[in-house]
Design a binder for this molecule. Sequence first.
Ligand code: PLP
Ligand code: ZN
Length: 408
Amino acid sequence: MAHLRCSAPECGITLELHARALACPRCGDLLEVAIDAVESDPQDLKKLWIERRSSYDRLDASGVWRFREFLPRYDAGQVVTMPEGNVPLIRAQRAAEWAGLRNLWFKHLGWNPTGSFKDLGMTAGMTEAKFAGAGMVACASTGNTAASLAAYAARAGLIARVYLPAGQASANKLAQAIDFGAEVIEIEGSFDDALEILLDSRDPDLYFLNSINPFRIEGQKTAMFELLEQFKWEIPDYVVVPGGNLGNSSAFGKAFKELKSFGLIDRLPRMVIVQAAGANPLARLWRSDSRQFEAVKYPETIATAIRIGNPRSWKKALRAIELTDGMAIDVTDEEIGEAKETIGRDGIGCEPASATTLAGLRKLVAAGIVDRDAVVAAVLTGHALKDTEYIIRSRKKLELRDATGVHG
Ligand SMILES: *Cc1c(COP(=O)(O)O)cnc(C)c1O
Ligand SMILES: [Zn+2]
C-alpha cells in the first residue's frame, strides 16, 4: 500500500494516494509517494527482479515495473508502458582516463524509448493520469519531457499539450513532440517562465506531468534499483547526476533511502549533482555558508536540458545529498563541451547536459576530492541525437580553429 505525504519532514501531512494534488495543503511543499510496507524478503525480491528479465509479461518487460513492489499498484491492463528501462551499464574507457579514474561506468538513461530518462518517470505519471481519469496532460519542458509526454500520451490515448521556451528547445526534441501529436505552445522567456505560466493557469482539465508530480519521481527512482542490481548490489562509491529542475536527483535519493530502510542495501553511494555554471542555484547554495536558496534569474548554458534557474525540487535534492554525504558542484560550458567530445570518442555519446557528469568528475579528481580508485557511476541522461545542432556547430568551430592555426 502507498499514500501521498508532504516531503517536508517537519510537516509530514498524509493524503490519499490518488488525491491528485501536487503541493501540501498545509505548508505548500512538494508531495511524495510513501511506500508503507514491502512484504517480501530482500533476497527473494532481488531474485524475483532478475527473473522477470526473462519474462515476456508486459510489466515484467519494463525496467520500471519489474520493481513494482516499490511502486503504486495498478492492474496490469492500466499500466502505460513501451516498455522502458533495462538500459546497460557501460564501462567507460577514454572517458575514465580523461577524468583520471580507474573504475568509471556510464548508466545510459538516454537509451530509453524517446531518448531520455524522462520515459522512466512518464510511464508512472501517465499511468496515474489515466487512472485518475484525465483527458488532457500537460508539462512545461526544455524539450525532453515534452517528447516523452507526447509519446506516452499517444500510447494512453490522451491529449498532450507542451509548453516550451521559444527558440530554446533543440530541433530534435521539438520534432519528437510534434511527431507524437502534441499541441506545442511556445512561451517567450525561459523554462522557469513556462512552468510558472502552466502552474498559474490552474486549468482543472489539465493533468500536470512535470517532475513536481510525485508519480514521475516513483518511476525515475527505479533507475537506481537497476543500477545497483547491475553492480550486483555492491554499492559504488559515487553516483553522479546532472541537475536541472532536480527531480531526477530527488528520485535517486528516494531510491537509496527506501532500499536502505527496507533492508536491500546497508550503505549508500555518495551522490554528486552537477549543474552548469550559468544555471547553478544548488551548487551556489552548497558552496555558501548560509545555505540559502536563491534562484538564478537568467539561466544560460549550452546544455539546454538543464537551463533552469528556479528548480522546483531543490529541497528534495538537498536532502538527498545530505542523506548520502554527497555534494553539488558546477562546470562551465567549455568543460561540458570537452567532456561531451570525450564521451563521443568512447563510442557512446550523449547530449550536452549529460556530459556535466564527466566534466564534474574530472574536476573532483583533479582537486583530490574523488580518489582515482573510486568506483563511480555517471548517469547519462539523454541520447547523442537529442541535440545534433550542437554537435554540428562544435565541428564548425573546430574546423575554424584548425584553419586559422589557433590551437587551444
Ligand atoms: C531533464 C533532463 C535533465 C535534468 O533533470 P532534472 O530532473 O530536471 O534535474 C538532465 N539531462 C537531460 C538530458 C534531461 O532531459
Ligand atoms: Zn506540508
